[in-house]
Write a new protein. Structure first.
Lengths: 185, 185
């Protein structure tokens, strides 16, 4: 951020009076520009013994497999965001169940929220997917998954399926977890 | 938003090519300024049969009672945000348990996440609180609560305490829910 989005004058990065961390501040009009984490909402679509994955057609991690998920938009709920992303990336309708994984990625200011869902009807590759397919557990392309959040959600799912119970899992992804996918920066 | 925070030129509000909703766009440098919902993280601190509430010293809803909660910051986890807000507003340390309410407020682009917590030691009014106190169920100031998210979380809590089980509750706040607190706009 270089300029104030309200008045167009240059901003500076400093700790506002009464605050305890630096913000982008505009001395011209007094606006303080707060920045906050973003939510990535998605689903784990289930069809009998198989689950649905999408192969990414866009960066980052083009060509790798993911669950349908993306940035939550203003004016929608977390469940609406998860269903919309599933519709956009997999051309699929789903019946949403509970929140299943809540994963913090503090080093990149993101919070993942993946909901368990039942696939309701067909599917197809949306514009952001190269292909969409159903996988048995033995077929999961573990070495070709797009993100550590996806691997962690799938590992919880298969562990829980053996137990027959699907509680919410809250956890964090560390920079080291991401290095395996993206290399060290 | 009037000006591009990257290059300082005026922005326009229109649907970018390949997108399906309007964004603030800069024709000068090509930046698209996405806007996303914000997370409000907090706790329901428990001390024996009582729970902790804070009376707000700041707008909105100054003078009304709330659970300690506030905007999640970049570079922290949802649990860290909930604990930090509890420390700031109630000068209290807590042992966090599970996520308890996840409440969508799509009309104001917010997502509330309240964690159950055990109060660990003392408490005091932080700079954003007029007072902080422990309440038995019969003492809750139902007509003086700050936000519908707080009322809903407390009602779930007392219902669940009678059942002895505290599952995650996911729900939405509607504009009508908010009218009772803020009046119609």
């Amino acid at each position: 951020m270089n300029f104030c989005s309200h008045c167009g004058q240059p901003v500076r990065f400093a700790i506002p009076e009464g605050d305890d961390r630096p913000r982008y501040m505009c001395d011209a009009c007094g606006t303080i520009h707060y920045q906050n984490p973003r939510i990535i909402a998605g689903t784990l679509p289930i069809s009998g013994s198989r689950i649905l994955l999408c192969r990414r057609a866009i960066a980052p991690r083009k060509g790798y497999w993911t669950l349908p998920a993306g940035f939550m938009e203003n004016a929608e709920t977390t469940l609406e965001a998860a269903a919309r992303e599933t519709r956009e990336e997999a051309c699929a309708e789903v019946a949403l169940h509970g929140l299943y994984t809540l994963i913090n990625l503090p080093h990149i200011d993101q919070v993942y929220m993946i909901f368990l869902a039942d696939l309701d009807g067909g599917f197809d590759a949306g514009p952001e997917s190269l292909e969409v397919a159903l996988f048995e557990e033995s077929e999961i392309p573990w070495d070709e998954l797009a993100f550590p959040t996806i691997e962690r959600t799938l590992r919880h799912f298969y562990d829980d399926r053996r137990e027959g119970s699907y509680p919410l899992h809250v956890s964090d992804i560390t920079p080291e977890d991401r290095e395996r996918y993206f290399g060290s920066a």
